[in-house]
Ligand binder design. Structure first.
Ligand code: EPZ
Length: 420
């Protein structure tokens, strides 16, 4: 197991190119099941979750090669329809294979998904949508057993704009004769990216990013090359890092529209933001004003995946802030570790009140999930003294060599083997 050892107090300067988005790559990897020919994804970062998803595809019989940030997937030899718990428990995205397996192979048997322990994370919206498309689903002994042989196009209304369920149902519908409509879908940029990928492979999907997604069934999908969009959460994490440490950095790859909710809060806290096309530049003195209220919402609201990082930012801002987490029931789990560093935080259910302190103090802390772990790193970059962040495997799921990116911007952070 690795740990990060951080010497706080360094300002950040320079620029960073943002890698492709984890939450776009993963559903697209699942969508490869729909394709008759090989797909090639370029500029793919070494996220651990990508390896985990590769293992799931290989378990089904697909062939994958991942070398020099180029990921090739061929699924024409898929000959198994079962994914065991040992693979699905590693990531939430394992559930994304359900839709494409039913669309292409008419059957699937998979164990329940795992992923960050940030809430209950049920899959009822996925399953009810698939049932509305005619899939026969039974849950037995921790397995989801599905028969998609009688699926038909239909109009589906989601009770909540679930990102994963929207993606699963888009993929489940691509071969259904006629027109499938998904109402109240998630509108995240990653949904639009999946639509663009599917259409490039020969599907007929429109409306992603709006209130209604329409899928016209086609006979088959081909193959080809595709470059997923940049990771707006990695982008936001670096912007918040600079706001806390002080300095001036530019991040390249994300556009103002997809970063708007965070940029608004950064401006309110006193940071100077300049945007030119896909280059966002932030300048900060490191002395921030607290933002009185922020709540996480589905896109285009403030992203839940930046909530932890924002709490860390408010923990050293002057004044008090209330952050409400509307999506996940236990996504404030990291705050106990921030309190060990001297943060003044009080959590009550879905509300978190933070009153900024002059300085955090470095100590040993433990990452418990992906974004909470990233928040602890940001706190360490700002804190006085040395911070050790243990259980870095959580962070490696969604940040590629995070310590190298931060070091390139002037941070003092190294990765060490944690000899326990
Ligand atoms: C995706 O998770 C992302 N993961 C998450 O990012 C992100 O936090 C989340 O969307 C919200 O933006 C990937 O894309 C791989 P949801 P997902 O279904 O699809 C409830 C990260 O850090 N819900 O939109 O699982 C659910 O409990 C990760 O990169 C149901 O009740 O999120 C939650 O309260 C963490 N039933 C809300 O909806 C369902 O069937 C939003 O979940 C599905 C979801």
């Amino acid at each position: 197991m690795d740990k990060f050892v951080i010497s706080g107090g360094q300002k950040l300067f320079g620029e960073a190119k943002i890698c492709c988005a984890k939450n776009s790559i993963l559903p697209i990897m699942a969508a490869s099941i729909l394709c008759d020919q090989t797909i090639v994804l370029n500029e793919i970062p070494n996220f651990v979750d990508i390896k985990n998803m590769e293992n799931i595809l290989k378990c089904l019989g697909a062939d994958t090669t991942f070398c020099d940030n180029r990921l090739e997937i061929s699924t024409k030899n898929i000959n198994s329809f079962f994914v065991p718990k040992s693979l699905t428990e590693k990531l939430r995205s394992s559930i994304f294979v359900l839709g494409p397996m039913l669309a292409k192979h008419k059957k699937a048997k998979i164990a329940y998904p795992g992923g960050c322990k940030i809430g209950l994370r049920p899959i009822d919206i996925h399953l009810s949508g698939l049932k509305q498309l005619g899939a026969e689903i039974c849950e037995q002994d921790g397995l989801i057993v599905c028969d998609g042989s009688h699926m038909k196009s239909s109009k589906i209304k989601l009770r909540y704009p679930s990102v994963g369920a929207t993606e699963n149902l888009m993929m489940a519908s691509v071969f259904l004769e006629g027109t499938t409509v998904i109402l109240n879908p998630a509108k995240e940029p990653e949904i639009v990216d999946l639509q663009n990928f599917l259409n490039q492979m020969g599907a007929n999907v429109c409306g992603a990013g709006t209130e209604e997604i329409v899928i016209l069934g086609v006979k088959n999908l081909g193959g080809g090359e595709f470059k997923p969009i940049a990771d707006r959460i990695v982008c936001g994490t670096l912007l918040i890092a600079c706001s806390m440490c002080g300095g001036k950095i530019s991040v390249i790859g994300c556009r103002e529209k997809e970063m708007a909710s965070l940029l608004n809060e950064l401006r309110k806290s006193g940071c100077k933001i300049d945007v030119k096309n896909d280059r966002i530049t932030i300048e900060s003195t490191g002395s921030l004003k607290a933002v009185s209220f922020v709540e996480t919402l589905p896109y285009p609201g403030f992203p839940t995946d930046l909530q932890a990082q924002f709490v860390a930012m408010m923990s050293i801002s002057s004044g008090c802030s209330k952050i409400v987490e509307n999506l996940f029931e236990t996504r404030f789990g990291f705050t106990g570790q921030l309190q060990k560093m001297g943060a003044n935080i009080c959590v009550n259910g879905k509300e978190c009140c933070v009153c900024g302190v002059e300085n955090l103090v470095g100590t040993k802390v433990f990452a418990g999930d992906l974004r909470g772990g990233a928040a602890l790193v940001l706190a360490g970059l700002r804190a006085k003294g040395e911070t050790t962040v243990c259980n870095v495997f959580h962070i490696d799921r969604g940040y590629d060599a995070f310590e190298k990116t931060l070091s390139s911007l002037g941070a003092k952070i190294i990765r060490k083997r944690d000899e326990k």
